[in-house]
Ligand binder design. Sequence first.
Ligand SMILES: [Zn+2]
Length: 180
Amino acid sequence: MKVLVLLSGGIDSATVLAKLRDHDREALAFDYDQPHAIELDYARRIAEREGVSLRVMRLPRMRKVDDVVFAGRNAALISLAVAVAAGEGFDAVAIGCNFSDWERFPDCRPDFVTGLGKVLREAYGVAVVAPLLRMSKAQVVQEARRLGVPLDETWSCYSPKDAKPCGGCLACEVRAKAGA
Ligand SMILES: [Zn+2]
């Protein structure tokens, strides 16, 4: 399978990338003026370590609908990834959504990811796969360790201060709770 992996620089997408080592992989990251743009440096390093080429697509700035959810983010990112994938002969796009995202991120829930995946596959022949969709963050962290993903070389924080994690945002909280 030729797969385009959405890579954010965080634990989830790094784990997806590692999990798909048996496949022909490329990675795609997005620059949407996120306050945590530092994650793109981590994405570059993760791709390099996996020996995978990474492209970074520049998007208009996205706006938030609350303190953590960007309006339309996964709808846009998944659709754009499928657009690239369909044009370049990829079989699938992979995304790192998991169970711990469901509560706060409507666009990581199974109905959304599988529903959008279904219409995109029907239209463009590219599947959307989410290999972590039913795993908790703690299980993702276990899987990352099993696959040899260096967790200290991933980035989670939404509000970096002086290039260091803030320790207080939702991403930092979820990461700490999962034991990473
Ligand atoms: Zn933080």
